[in-house]
Design a protein around this ligand. Structure first.
Ligand code: ADP
Ligand code: ASP
Ligand code: MG
Length: 417
């Protein structure tokens, strides 16, 4: 008897009809002779709505209370889904993250899973129950409920699959799998059959919402193969697995596997910083202390013992960053130093393991952007990713043109066959 973890995202359980439909899918999987553990997210936009409601009460909510609030969304889904399964005569039990034995660290709103006591779920499976677990939540060492960062139900699913040594981990959403780019933006985007953990990590980390980055990290660490697929049909989706397994299937690496974009970024530029050791350490050390994650960083060459530093952070961290810079910069006692914040930027990235063995990919990317008159404000690279910051008005054009130029559209694939 196989053990299957099925995860359904918020769009799959957005209303009563969808919950009943999903219940039918789960029951069918169970009746086919599988032990089934289900992880579910909050219905539809519930988490966003809860965040908005909190924002109307205070601009500075205690993070413990934020987690108390946000964790309620998933409680709605587990109970309703369990009722739907019970109503068609199958044995089922819903469990919160803590009830399912999921423990995390004390970092409220972005906690890391530390341990799963798999006996809790296994005991329920042994009683022939379908087990429905609330995604995105865990118990911290103080006995408080905590949440795992946006999109964290993916992480719950992968971590449970690893702890339970599940035979498969299926992540269901409103798309058929991982596409060459967001299919909501580029109609010509194509479903990818297989993608490596590293490529998926880069894609998730640079804007592809379909899987949460940390869930991919954990999948890679524990060798959990993920099947990302649609809730609303039975088609094969995308397999996220190791590079070795993919290489065995594919003779040639694709040059580029996917294009991502991220509009949730702002750029700070600090002008005329004194060119002294320790300046960058102080600025970025302070930002790290207040929990601001810095993405891209550029430092210009020093002129007259001064230089400029530009970096990007997420829009949510804009105010915090501004306040911290206002505090830190005067400490350098350089009167000409000033800070500029640009909210109207976006990041476009191209990702592919084929880049490792093919020079000229960066040049092709820059050429495509140049030919469309798109100015590049910042560049960063990793072994399998190149990212450019551009003006936000140019982002859709940039994605479409790069998608075409690197041969990712459906038409291109038909030509290959
Ligand atoms: P869920 O609610 O099931 O967790 P999400 O909304 O988190 O689903 O993720 C699915 C969405 O991710 C899709 O609707 C799609 O528009 C978006 N998306 C962005 N980039 C990609 C991509 N490269 N491939 C597939 N979907 C993507
Ligand atoms: N409900 C949470 C969110 O919207 C977790 C998830 O959907 O995975 O981020
Ligand atoms: Mg999601």
């Amino acid at each position: 008897m196989a053990l299957v973890v099925m995860k359904f995202g918020g769009s799959s359980v957005a209303d009563a009809d969808k919950i009943k439909y999903v219940a039918g899918k789960i029951v069918a999987k169970s009746k086919a002779g599988n032990k089934v553990v289900v992880v579910v997210s909050a219905p539809g936009d519930t988490t966003d709505n809860l965040l908005e409601m909190a924002g109307k009460i205070t601009s500075n909510p205690p993070s413990r209370e934020m987690d108390m609030l946000l964790s309620t969304g998933e409680m709605i889904s587990i109970s309703l889904l369990a009722m739907a399964i019970d109503s068609v005569g199958s044995r089922v039990i819903s469990m919160t993250g803590p009830q399912a034995g999921i423990s995390a660290d004390a970092d409220h709103t972005r906690a890391k899973i530390k341990k799963i006591n798999q006996k809790k779920v296994k005991d329920q499976l042994a009683k022939n129950n379908i087990v429905i677990v609330a995604g995105f939540q865990a118990l911290n060492p103080n006995g408080d409920i905590t949440t795992l960062g946006r999109g964290g139900s993916d992480l719950t699913a992968v971590a449970l699959a690893a702890a339970l040594e599940a035979d498969s981990c299926e992540i269901y959403s409103d798309v058929e799998g991982v596409y060459t780019t967001d299919p909501r933006i580029v109609k010509d985007a194509r479903k990818i059959d297989c993608v490596s953990y590293d490529e998926m990590l880069e894609m998730a980390g640079s804007g592809a919402q379909v899987l949460q980055s940390r869930s991919v990290e954990v999948a890679k660490k524990f060798g959990v193969e993920i099947h990302s697929r649609s809730t609303f049909n039975e088609n094969q989706g995308t397999i996220i697995t190791s590079e070795e397994k993919i290489r065995r299937k594919q003779m040639e690496d694709l040059l580029i596997s996917g294009i991502t974009f991220d509009k949730n970024q702002v750029k700070f530029t600090i002008i005329d910083l004194p060119d002294l050791p320790g300046v960058a350490a102080k600025i970025f050390g302070r930002l790290a202390e207040i929990g601001v994650n810095v993405d891209m960083i550029i430092q210009s060459a020093a002129v007259d013992k001064k230089n400029d530093i530009s970096f990007t952070v997420s829009k949510q961290n804009m105010k915090k960053t501004q306040v911290e810079l206002d505090r830190t910069i005067p400490e350098f006692k350089a009167t000409s130093t000033s800070v500029i914040c640009d909210e109207h930027i976006a990041k476009v990235s191209i990702i592919g393991i084929g880049m490792k063995s093919n020079p000229g990919v960066a040049a092709q990317m820059f050429e495509v952007l140049y030919k469309k008159g798109i100015n590049i404000e910042m560049i960063s690279t990793s072994e399998i990713k190149i990212s450019c910051i551009v003006d936000e008005v140019d982002i859709v054009k940039a994605v479409e043109e790069l998608h075409k130029s690197f041969g990712l559209s459906k038409k291109n694939q038909e030509n290959l066959l």
